[in-house]
Design a protein around this ligand. Structure first.
Ligand code: IFM
Length: 437
């Protein structure tokens, strides 16, 4: 690796991230059914109908996994809490084993010098709440805030930071408009409701956690570096619409107290009644903002109703996900956000990494190069004034990549999904060495 810890300020945090359903093994410990279990059980939704029942069995192997991060020299661990593990029906009864699991996990992090960075919701909605309309139901704001209270009463005194929801675009648009994630809807009204409720749920949960005295609260959104696929006016308009939905809608709500007009042009008729009265709730003061960045997108116009956009393949080298590798997109997103939305608020790269079809013992050059190039881009953004306070590798382990099953390997540590054996890859060793320098 070309980067070293000394390239960054002394208090800059290096972390690795995972999420509950992707690694824990949802079949263990009395967790309730989630919409991902039923989405995966429905033919055609997930590659080979793979699911998270065992995943990496982190539920039983968490000590080994924390040990791997400690040995790498990381400062923090970004993990998520499974709502259905803690509250199997989403509301009401609490599963003591679930709460105890996160209690042990947080103590385990602290004992190993890892700062716990918690995300409340990383996509596995309890089925009982999905039955009630899930993210399309306005009550989800209260349901998530109640879960926030239950889990944070247990671990909130010891977490370094907390954010309610990972990647609102995926929770709302990908899952309710594009149909690619649970609940697999393709419905603009459900999508518009989810786009708004993901932010009201964020606001209520931040409010609930503040009331408990939980410190260092933030939000985490994903961003893509978006370009028109060609020079036409139509492609420019399509790219602007795509970029509005993906990059500007959620930060508009969180930091400006409004949604971008070019998105409202298509979405407003489908938003829930009274949406424009909710911005005081949505705009809770935050202590930091998290950016998940992986790739860029080329967008052309498409026939059919709004948003009339389609993605076009680009020329750059691609990862196993077929995502173009565009490190300066991270520099662009970080500087654009700090100039236009977040100002002096500390920023964290809360996810960045690449999938590669790794085989144990094979070199890991592509991942090392990818990470090095993105860390250099993050450093350049800092030089231009972006107040970046930390960077998080996605992901510690190879894991369940949602609708793409176990095939796409994002880990710094290889997982054999037959034996569950963990084997650190060359990128793991390279980062460990870089963090000592
Ligand atoms: O695996 C996902 C993660 O759950 C959310 N951010 C993107 C990652 C890679 O697709």
């Amino acid at each position: 690796m070309k980067f070293s810890r000394s390239d960054f300020p002394q208090d800059f945090l290096f972390a690795a991230a995972t999420s509950s359903y992707q690694i824990e093994g949802h079949g263990f410990g009395g967790a309730g059914q989630t919409h991902w279990d039923t989405f995966a059980a429905t033919p055609g939704n997930v590659v080979r109908a793979e699911h998270g029942a065992i995943a990496c069995d982190h539920y039983h192997r968490w000590e080994e996994d924390l040990g791997l991060m400690q040995a790498m020299g990381l400062d923090a661990y970004r993990f998520s809490t499974s709502w259905a593990r803690v509250m199997p029906e989403g509301r009401g009864a609490v599963n003591a084993d679930g709460l105890d699991f996160y209690d042990r996990l947080v103590d385990g992090m602290l004992a190993r010098g890892l700062k716990p960075m918690a995300t409340l919701y990383h996509w596995e909605l309890p089925s009982a709440l999905a039955d009630k309309g899930g993210w399309a139901n306005p009550d989800i704001a209260h349901w998530l805030a109640d879960f926030a209270t239950v889990i944070m009463e247990k671990i909130g005194d010891r977490v370094f930071s907390a954010a309610p929801i990972n990647e609102p675009w995926c929770v709302a648009w990908l899952s309710h408009f594009l149909g690619g994630h649970a609940p697999g809807l393709r419905d603009i009204r459900a999508a518009a409701h989810a786009m708004h409720h993901v932010l009201t749920a964020h606001g209520r949960s931040v409010e609930a956690m503040r009331a408990l005295g939980v410190q260092n609260l933030g939000a985490v959104c994903n961003f893509e570096d978006v370009y028109p696929a060609d020079d036409s006016v139509a492609a420019q308009k399509a790219a602007q619409t795509y970029e509005g939905i993906y990059n500007r809608f959620f930060v508009g709500g969180l930091f400006n107290g409004s949604y971008p007009q070019d998105v409202l042009d298509g979405l407003e008729p489908y938003l829930p009644k009274g949406w424009d009265k909710d911005f005081d709730l949505i705009q809770q003061p935050l202590d930091w903002f998290g950016i998940n960045y992986y790739t860029c997108k080329r967008v052309a116009s498409d026939s059919g109703p709004w948003p009339s956009t389609k993605e076009v393949e680009g020329p750059l080298p691609k990862t196993q996900m077929d995502w173009e590798i565009k490190p300066d997109g991270l520099e662009h997103i970080l500087t654009w956000l700090s100039k236009n939305y977040t100002g002096a608020l500390p920023l964290y790269v809360t996810e960045n990494g690449m999938a590669n079809p790794d085989v144990v013992g094979q070199d890991d050059v592509a991942r090392i190069d990818y990470l090095d190039a993105h860390l250099a881009a993050a450093r350049r953004a800092m030089d231009q004034g972006a107040p970046l306070a930390g960077y998080t590798f996605w992901s510690l382990l190879d894991n369940y990549e949602w609708a793409l099953g176990y095939e796409k390997r994002f880990g710094l540590v290889h997982v054999d999904f037959e034996t569950l054996q963990r084997t650190p890859k060359a990128s793991y060793h390279a980062i460990r060495d870089a963090l000592c320098r």
